[in-house]
Write a protein that binds this ligand. Structure first.
Ligand code: MSP
Length: 516
């Protein structure tokens, strides 16, 4: 067959931030990665060729300090924790295609080439810097901002430190206007919308170049022209999104295929770097800009900032406990459902219980009623029979789900992505209560009506489960198997092909068992 006649598969490149491996992953890291995983699975379900990248950001003072405290070396600390991140993501069923470590050779050679190119164009130049420095964020803070924050970090509350040294600068100021226009015109879309203005007003009047190297630090990537200086965090870290595609020093095959990124998913505290530094770097390099930046909110726990001393810290062992109790899929469901995307979120044991119960009561229950009634009254799924006044609401819910879900994923309204299919299941449960199939079954004159009701319920269950596949990969698949529908290799639209009359059902089993 003529391969050329097939349309090119659409590509979708999504990334998470690369995480600092100065400790083990906790709720915040796992949440970001799960959100990206849900999106990656969704776009695969649409039939796209998806590339999903995550990894660890290993250089900088924070790593050196933690290594000192733990009487180890930065490289050993990074390797130890980076492996835990990688393994945790595997354990949690994350479908990333690659995992980049900034200490890897592939990253180093590509970053050095990026620096070489920016030196050649004059976008990187040598100077001297003295200023206030936030060691936690690894960022120089402008005098007025430092003063406003009473010379303390706005993130950690720790005192800012005075630094002076010879350093290389990136000419950020040259790109302020261009980045402003790119953000304003939605060439780079920022979601949620509210954060766009925040960035625009911060860009207005921005007038400092960015210090990008340190001569006092050894743990980092040496500048190719001046190895006494190592590259300082943000240029190094942000570059991962292209160095993982082996650009610009490598063959660039992956880069040609996947760049520009469709979406960088990040926490709200690093939006500024992604909305300004990163586009400015790409402009300096003459490369296309990423299409979307999705910034999510921050987790607190039981109403308070997560902290080890308060004992409310949701660390890796706590996450594992939750998985044992609820399973991976219900945990994903809860995390995405917890707040509208972009808002801060509060981790709360009682809401997790409620979310789990909701899955059982709404989705599990529907599937169960469905299988029991169809098997009992008809044996196989009946074809549509006689229409009735109750049908419109469910029919509409099923018909509208694909478009609504597509738009929710486009804007990364992840809470809606979770709730929209659940609403279909809810509508089907209401429909059962209204049409009372168990009563219809007793009256032979209502046989054609019962056919329609059973058919409709089967299709609503199918739609809800298909819609939840990215969120509940195992449970939705198992639920669809009970409907005798296989998912492997099928796209969203194919999976939504309505079940036909005469369709056999699979074995029933409880998807969300009641908790002890
Ligand atoms: N290394 C930088 C990012 C470089 S990206 C080129 C970094 N790393 S980090 O490990 O500190 O955090 C990265 C991300 O973890 C945050 O952007 C956020 O997505 C997630 N979270 C860490 N703690 C969090 C919460 N308490 N709540 C929600 N997410 C948070 O910044």
């Amino acid at each position: 067959m003529d391969r050329e006649s097939f349309p090119m598969t659409e590509r979708y490149y999504i990334t998470t931030p690369i995480y600092y491996p100065n400790g083990e992953p906790h709720l915040g890291h796992v949440y970001t990665t799960i959100c990206a995983d849900v999106a990656a699975r969704w776009h695969r379900l649409l039939g796209k060729d998806v590339y999903f990248l995550t990894g660890t950001d290993e250089h900088g003072i924070k790593m050196v300090k933690t290594a000192d405290e733990q009487k180890t070396t930065p490289v050993d600390l990074a390797t130890k924790n980076s492996n835990v991140f990688r393994e945790t993501f595997r354990e949690f069923g994350i479908t990333n295609n690659d995992f980049i470590r900034t200490s890897e050779e592939r990253h180093k050679t590509n970053v050095q080439e990026i620096v070489r190119r920016m030196l050649a164009t004059g976008d990187i130049y040598k100077g001297e810097y003295e200023g206030w420095y936030d060691e936690g964020q690894e960022e120089f803070i402008a005098e007025n901002a430092a003063k406003e924050a009473e010379y303390k970090s706005v993130i950690s509350g720790r005192p800012l430190v005075r630094y002076k040294e010879s350093t290389y600068f990136f000419k950020l100021t040259k790109y302020v206007d261009q980045v402003y226009r790119a953000v304003e015109s939605d060439q780079i879309e920022i979601r949620p919308h509210s954060r766009k203005n925040e960035i625009l007003s911060k860009l207005k009047g921005y007038d400092q170049d960015l210090s990008i190297s340190r001569s006092s630090l050894k743990w980092g990537i040496p500048l190719p022209n001046d190895p006494e200086h190592v590259l300082y965090v943000w240029i190094d870290a942000l570059s991962n999104y292209v160095t993982a595609l082996n650009w610009p020093a490598g063959d660039g095959e992956l880069y040609k295929k996947y760049w520009p990124a469709n979406a960088h998913l990040i926490g709200k505290e690093i939006l500024w770097f992604h909305a300004f530094y990163w586009p400015a770097m790409l402009l300096a390099l003459g490369q296309p800009l990423p299409k979307k930046l999705y910034a999510h909110g921050w987790w607190t726990s039981e109403g308070k900032k997560m902290s080890k001393t308060l004992g409310n810290f949701v660390d890796l062992s706590k996450l594992r406990e939750l998985v044992v109790k609820y399973g991976h899929d219900p945990l994903r469901y809860y995390l995405l459902r917890a707040a509208p995307f972009g808002n801060d979120l509060d981790f709360n044991a009682s809401e997790l219980n409620t979310a789990y119960a909701e899955l059982g009561n709404v989705l599990g229950n529907l599937l169960n009623r469905n299988l029991n009634m169809i098997k009992k009254y008809r044996g196989t799924v009946p074809a549509l029979g006689q229409a009735g006044p109750e049908d419109a609401a469910v029919e509409q819910a099923i018909a509208e789900l694909p478009a609504k879900l597509k738009s929710a994923y486009e804007d990364f309204r992840l809470q809606d992505c979770v709730l929209l299919p659940i609403e279909v299941a809810r509508a089907a449960n209401t429909y059962i209560d209204q049409t009372r199939p168990f009563t219809l079954a007793k009256d032979p004159a209502q046989s054609a009506r019962l056919d329609t009701v059973l058919n409709m319920i089967a299709r609503a269950t199918q739609a809800a489960l298909v819609g939840l596949l990215p969120v509940l990969p195992e449970k939705a698949k198992a639920g669809l198997a009970q409907l005798n529908l296989t998912t492997d290799g099928k796209t969203f639209d194919e999976l939504l092909e309505p079940i036909e009359g005469g369709h056999q059902l699979g074995e029933a089993s409880i998807l969300f068992a009641k908790l002890e």
